[in-house]
Design a protein around this ligand. Structure first.
Ligand code: ADP
Ligand code: ASP
Ligand code: MG
Length: 405
């Protein structure tokens, strides 16, 4: 079997953990499996590196930031290769420029455009375990760029697709995907099987367990994922094609509740209600590669529009500055900002055929005194933006209201 395994930060948190990953890999290697390993930085390391850049300057250039934060994964890759060699297992670290993993060159949130399989496969065929640092690649111009938070998942899937692996295993500190974050909601239930669509909605709504791009890529190439624990040898959550896998969510109205913490809200008051003005507000954001998540627009009686949207909190300062500039240009009113909101989503395929799910969500939150600031819906998801301090209360009460455990 040819398998790509990804170990997250807590799985390689220190040299003892790295040694236990090496021991497990050694056993699997001697059973004849061919293995490529993708590693994250040691737990907390990416945050530490980001904080260092912010200590040096308040105006961190994206290029140099990527140079700093990409080192975290290189350290854990090299250490794991050393730990394997220590056990007599042939192991080689390949950095992204040596493979190469080619990105689109956008600093901080690159997409992977191509992964060359030749060198990886050559080393695997010679009996090596190949270790690759996650979260990064090299642009056509030779620049190192990172893939966004959680990006090692996407590295692993992209490599698995390139080498035509049988499966990509994502090892983490939880033993699978749960009905909500098990670290927030004690009663969360493990979901054994998910279709790609279901996993996409859960990841897209902000569950940190796996990066959304990793799921998109796996779905596109029909690559089975197994999300599981690096501490216990138990079956995790399998994500595969619907027909082969029959996701478990099918029969329930609401199967998962997710939350994000890292969002910020920008509201522009009194935008003149003329064609093309919304485009004028959002164009500068997209040109700066700022992802706008939810957008809500209210037209008031005086023919002016209030427009609110959310962005990742890392983009907040930049988004605010750009929006203030555009608002002044188009003659809009005040720009208001809230840097401390979270998005809560309820997800379920059963929503397609059940009415009243959104109403039940709003009522549950109202009963807890949680004010809803923005709402957006899709066929199988309802998302609301609330004050961040109510996040846990909202997740727990919705979990109970929809009888998830
Ligand atoms: P890693 O470092 O292994 O990549 P992450 O911290 O990125 O781990 O992702 C794992 C975390 O995702 C868990 O510790 C858990 O708190 C969080 N999480 C959020 N939603 C879910 C969910 N629905 N199921 C499982 N874990 C979740
Ligand atoms: N180390 C990076 C992060 O913390 C990438 C990853 O772990 O997937 O986001
Ligand atoms: Mg992760």
């Amino acid at each position: 079997m040819l398998v790509v395994q990804k170990y997250g930060g807590t799985s390689v948190a220190n040299t003892d953990r790295i040694a236990s990953v090496a021991a497990k890999l050694s056993e699997q290697h001697s059973s004849g499996d061919k293995i490529v390993v993708v590693v994250s930085a040691l737990a907390g390391e990416t945050d530490r590196l980001l904080a260092l850049t912010n200590q040096v300057t308040s105006d961190v250039s994206e290029r140099e930031r990527d140079i700093v934060v990409s080192t975290g994964e290189q350290v854990s890759a090299g250490l794991l290769a050393l730990a394997l060699k220590e056990r007599g297992v042939p192991a080689v670290t390949l950095l992204s420029f040596q493979i190469p993993i080619v990105t689109d060159g956008v600093y901080g949130r690159s997409k992977i455009n191509a992964v060359a399989a030749d060198r990886l496969l050559g080393l695997i065929e010679k009996g090596n375990v190949v270790i690759v640092p996650g979260f990064q690649g090299i642009s056509p111009a030779g620049e190192i760029t990172t893939l966004g938070r959680g990006g090692s998942d996407t590295t692993a899937v992209a490599i698995a697709v390139a080498v035509k692996a049988d499966c990509c295993e994502i090892y983490s500190d939880v033993d699978g995907v749960y009905s909500s974050d098990p670290n927030v909601c004690g009663g969360a239930q493990k979901i054994k099987k998910l279709t790609y669509d279901e996993m996409l909605e859960i990841a897209g709504a902000g569950a940190k367990i796996v990066q959304m791009r990793a799921v998109e890529l796996a779905a596109k190439f029909d690559l089975p994922l197994h999300i599981r624990s690096s501490f216990e040898n138990v079956e995790g959550t399998r994500v595969a094609n619907g027909a082969a896998n029959n996701g478990e969510m099918g029969n329930r109205v609401v199967s998962a509740i997710t939350h994000t913490l890292g969002e910020a809200k920008v509201s522009v008051r009194k935008v003149p209600n003329r064609t093309g003005l919304a485009a004028k507000l959002f164009e500068p954001l997209s040109k700066s590669n700022i992802n706008v998540d939810m957008i809500v627009q209210n037209i008031s009686e005086d023919n002016k529009t209030d427009l609110s949207f959310t962005v990742d909190k890392h983009d907040f300062k930049k988004a605010l500055a750009l929006t203030e500039r555009s608002a002044a240009k188009i003659g809009a009113g005040r720009v208001e900002a809230a840097g401390d909101v979270s998005k809560i989503s309820i997800i379920g395929v059963g929503m397609r055929s059940h009415a009243g799910v959104a109403a039940q969500m709003f009522e549950t939150l109202a009963n807890e005194g949680v004010d809803i600031q923005l709402i957006s819906t899709s066929e199988i998801k309802v998302s609301v933006v609330i004050d961040m301090k109510f996040t846990e209360l909202a997740v727990r009460s919705l979990h109970k209201a929809f009888a998830l455990g």
